[in-house]
Design a binder for this molecule. Sequence first.
Ligand code: BGC
Length: 483
Amino acid sequence: LPAVTKALAQWVFSHPYNIKRPEVTKYLQPFQLSPETLQEVSARLRKDLLRGLGKHSHHKAPVKMLPTFVRATPDGTEKGDFLALDLGGTNFRVLHVRVEEEAQKVQICAIPQEMMLGTGEQLFDHIATCLGDFLESHNLKGQTLPLGFTFSFPCEQLEIDKSILIRWTKGFNCSGVEGKDVVQLLKEAIHRRGDYHIGSVAMVNDTVGTMMSCGYKDQSCEIGMIIGTGTNACYMEEIKNVKRIEGKDGRMCINTEWGGFGDDGCLDDILTEFDVEVDKTSINPGVHIFEKMISGMYLGEIVRLVLVKMTKDKLLFKGQISEALGTPGRFETKFISEIEDGLENAKKILTELGLDWDLVDASVVRLVCDTISSRSAYLCAAALATLVNRIRNNRKLGHLKTTVGVDGTVYRKHPTFSSKLQKAVRLLAPQCDITFLVSEDGSGTGAAMVTAVAQRLAHQSRLLEESDGEDNEEEEEEEEEGQ
Ligand code: BGC
């Protein structure tokens, strides 16, 4: 790195804690990725994007680069009344969206843990029930509204309303859904009830929903990124580069599924023993390795494992592991945000976890949280830098100005995550000027927007055909007159 960038890097990667227990640094050092390592990570992802886009290489590619059939972002003129479903985290949401008024009604239904691990039929029956209750309580049962379905899992999309689940992620593991068309499963569940109908369905990944809902407000938004329970991003790619799709002109949104980066072992050299453990004990070992270093489903557990090891080595809590600290999953990712937010929070949480702490313990815990959340932010920055650099190269631009729509609890709730990520992206993609726009109304609205944009495009092409027709008629008339 040039000297100026090195100085900048020092500032970006510095942390505010002055720790009086230097032995702890050896535990944390493997999490501290240098700017050079991040550049290397970005270069590896760049290659993997190409593998995912390739006609013959995509089958085995860890970064799946899934076509979404979304060919344009909003132009701000979209209108209409839609239903939207949003499934992907711990809650399931049903929405009624009126695009031009930005009005929406929302109902949130919890998805109990047993249901996340039960049968697909139970899950889709539950979804159909929530939707039915929503329609009932908002007097919408008689209408047949188009429905946008945000389904935040990797799907091979065959058409906008045909989407095959490749695999569950993020703690979901319902039987009988992988390899099936999710739209079909939803329609069957609605049919089993038989008391209401839905119109055309558009299936959307949450990254796409986020890009589209932000794109309504800022038309230069061409990337959607989620850093929440899971992590992923989508962006507008040139169709000619998507070798599995016919056609040469225009763009299509690609759902990268970057959470799968590293599934072929290409990140093994930066994994820590704690990452390996988190993967081994997860419900989907061996897959979504990048996601497991970054997202909310796993960050708390990584911190817990580090704290347990330090305690066993008598560096923390007088060597005493409390029952809570010894229990997998008990150190929640939201504790990281709270602990980093202030020393008082840290003390409170350590007490709640039944730990016998002193002030140095509390500051070490804060440093552990900072180190692990920073690594997550920097890895996301490296991945995002890869995407913006790719868009810039695709368009042969010296300088790219673009907007990224973002959502997810880690990005939204952590006190310094977003600023660290932004600083690091600037460092890794110096020729790109990126505006970050947090999605206001969630990815559900974006699913409605996908339908609205598709309707707008269809309407435009009808108008074009009609005017072509008129031109032809005129030409024919002229020809006739000439004869
Ligand atoms: C899924 C993605 C999703 C991301 C964020 C990942 O686990 O594979 O499809 O976009 O989580 O919700």
